[in-house]
Ligand binder design. Structure first.
Ligand SMILES: Cc1ncc(COP(=O)(O)O)c(C=O)c1O
Length: 637
């Protein structure tokens, strides 16, 4: 039976090269004809005779030589397309998107604004709708909240932008009260009055703030002294005065924090630096089994409340970088009912496409029983509930360049209520040549509303074509992710046998049970009790699967990745359990982290075998690990 995913990848051996090459040539020619037919009456600026001069040929020769040198050097690249690659969050790329990206680059659209990218800006907004639908957000433009998604260069920038938007929305009511106080102009029917306190205004939810901001805009454009209030409001906002001056005026904000799980990606620290909040105001909540739950979050928020520290945003992670674990988003939503006001963002840079497994063709959430078909463990009740709860958060980061299988340079931020973008709107008369439209077409002037400026329309085209060929539902894109999760389950099921086989040499553990498609392994040579020595051994195992710039990649059988998890990220109970499993003494003063061999199981062909009668790549990898470990610890019995 033909593998349903077979037509969609170039393939480890370039199996689909005929199609790939033919289509690419066809579309490149099509592009050239487009150039020729634009104004065919014009003389070609590069004269035909010029093309036979020595200088001209020399220019071509230099170009060719450099390109050949480039591609020769690129042969030392990481072979992430191959099922022998189980390392970082990358795999072979979906061919429809790859071709779309290569071909669209010829047209070089800049998705800063539709005037210079009339097609790809619309594709980008459509990709945003596809992602928003997959997350369960509302998309009816006639009713607020209506979601909006757009592309970024990656997850880091999407996270930055989420925090930028959160800051804007959360502090807006305070600026409004300041502006009203200064001008004596009060907007009727909004929850901002002369007696409103800062804590009361900070307890307003995103929907309330965005509704009130629209009312304020309408008031300012309608009422006789509206311009005066608008000018005072603009001058009072954090975007204008800066965080230090704003906090000086509002002492509750002086020690404002952002709350993340201890497992959060390091991009959150960058975002804090960037916004002037400072790394010290990033509060890390302890996790259990690398997952954030409501109880831990609540305890931290309670403490912050006692200290009088305002919470700008809480971040949940849907797919941690180190373990692929998913936080209990449903519980975070519950906690927000008791601690109203904070912006709830989900960093789903890694796991963002997993919801395709949960949505039917109409975009409806499927019952858990239907999602479970074909899996041994996935999805747990908790994972199911966390996924269903995504629809209730304020914003989500999703990285198409990870589980979306598109080339690097494509992250995404999806907001549940697009009105938040209006709060950060910028003017630049040379780019945005007309005033903002009144309806949703305004967002086609993307650069006015987002953090980045010029950006590749080609990335939008890649995502769009992929999502059209494989819509973001269970029956289409979900198939690809199902394969990845199933492969992970095979490896997990195979693990006890591997553990047993290697017991004479080494103790092994999967320290954190996976939620989706990432598995880490920890090692300890038999008889050793020191974590330091166990980590040193783990590093030697990793050297058998690492990429060395000075060694041809063909000399390696398999590729993995590694990480060192700080012990306090694991939690003391967890640490005791892992320590017992590995027969390690953990907790010495110089024990700081646990070294892990990390596997991202994205490649759709990990369960096929390299040759007839041979074991699958997953199985072969287990044999390989076993051989390497025995070679590293000869006769340690
Ligand atoms: C959970 C999470 N958030 C954010 C990022 C940052 O994404 P990017 O590398 O695309 O900037 C990553 C990257 O691995 C991630 O795993």
């Amino acid at each position: 039976m033909t593998d349903p995913l077979a037509p969609f990848f170039l393939g480890a051996y370039g199996e689909n090269n005929d199609f790939f090459e033919k289509t690419l040539i066809e579309l490149v020619r099509d592009h050239v004809f487009w150039r020729r037919n634009f104004h065919p009456e014009d003389e070609p600026p590069i004269g035909t005779h010029d093309q036979y001069t020595r200088a001209y040929l020399d220019g071509l020769a230099r170009t060719r030589r450099e390109l050949h040198q480039l591609t020769a050097a690129l042969k030392r690249s990481v072979p992430s397309f191959h099922p022998r690659y189980l390392g970082h969050m990358v795999s072979d790329l979906l061919m429809p998107g790859l071709i779309a990206q290569l071909v669209t680059t010829l047209y070089n659209p800049n998705n800063i604004v539709e005037d210079v990218a009339p097609i790809t800006v619309q594709l980008e907004l459509e990709v945003g709708r596809q992602l928003a639908r997959m997350l369960g957000f509302h998309l009816d433009a006639a009713h607020e909240p209506c979601a909006l998604g757009h592309l970024t260069s990656g997850g880091t920038v999407a996270n930055d932008e989420a925090l930028w938007l959160a800051r804007s929305a959360r502090l807006y009511p305070l600026a409004l009260r300041d502006a009203s106080q200064a001008t004596g102009i009060w907007v009727p029917d909004v929850p901002v009055g002369a007696s409103s306190t800062d804590p009361e205004l900070l307890a307003l939810g995103a929907d309330e703030v965005l509704t009130l901001a629209r009312r304020v805009s309408a008031f300012c454009s309608r009422e006789p002294r509206g311009d005066e209030l608008f000018a005072a409001l603009t001058a009072a906002r954090v975007e204008e005065v800066g965080l230090a001056a704003f906090a000086a005026r509002h002492p509750t904000l002086a020690r404002m924090v952002v709350v993340v799980p201890a497992t959060a990606h390091y991009s959150w620290r960058k975002a804090m630096n960037l916004l002037g909040l400072g790394g010290a105001s990033l509060i890390e909540v302890p996790v259990k089994q690398a997952r954030l739950d409501g109880a831990e979050l609540e305890a931290v928020l309670e403490g912050l409340r006692r200290e009088g520290r305002a919470v700008l945003a809480v971040v949940g992670v849907y797919g941690t970088t180190e373990f692929g674990t998913l936080d209990s988003i449903h519980e975070l939503i519950e906690v927000r009912r008791r601690f109203p006001g904070f912006w709830l963002h989900v960093d789903a840079a890694w796991g963002g496409y997993l919801p395709t497994l949960f949505r039917d063709r109409q975009g409806q959430l499927m019952p858990r029983e239907a999602v479970r078909e074909g899996f041994h463990y996935f999805p747990s009740e908790r994972v199911y509930r966390a996924t269903a709860a995504l629809a209730g958060v304020d914003s989500v980061t999703v990285d198409p360049h990870k589980l979306g299988f598109v080339p690097f340079g494509a992250g995404a931020l999806v907001v549940r209520d697009r009105r938040v973008l209006d709060l950060v709107q910028q003017e630049a008369p040379y780019v945005f040549t007309s005033p903002p439209d009144e309806d949703e077409r305004r967002y086609r002037k993307l650069g006015r509303y987002i953090l980045e400026g010029s950006k590749p329309g080609a990335a939008a085209a890649a995502c769009y074509v992929n999502h059209r060929v494989l819509p973001l539902d269970h029956a289409h894109f979900g198939r690809l992710l199902a394969r990845s999760v199933q492969t992970t389950e095979r490896l997990v099921d195979r693990f006890p046998a591997l553990q047993k086989e290697l017991a004479p040499w080494v103790r092994m553990a999967i320290p954190i049970e996976p939620d989706c498609n990432l598995v880490c392994l920890a090692f300890n040579p038999k008889g050793n009790r020191s974590l330091k020595a166990a980590n040193a051994f783990g590093r030697r195992v990793f050297e058998t699967v690492d990429v060395r710039p000075d060694r041809p990649v063909q000399l390696k059988e398999f590729f993995g990745s590694c990480t060192t998890v700080p012990l306090d990220h694991l939690g003391s109970e967890e640490l005791q359990r892992i320590g017992a499993e590995l027969q390690l003494e953990v907790g010495r003063p110089d024990d700081t982290g646990l070294f892990l061999l990390r596997h991202t199981l994205m490649n759709p062909w990990l369960q096929t075998s390299p040759g007839p009668g041979e074991p699958s790549y997953v199985e072969a990898y287990c044999h390989f690990l076993s051989r390497q470990i025995q070679a590293l610890l000869p006769g340690s019995e």
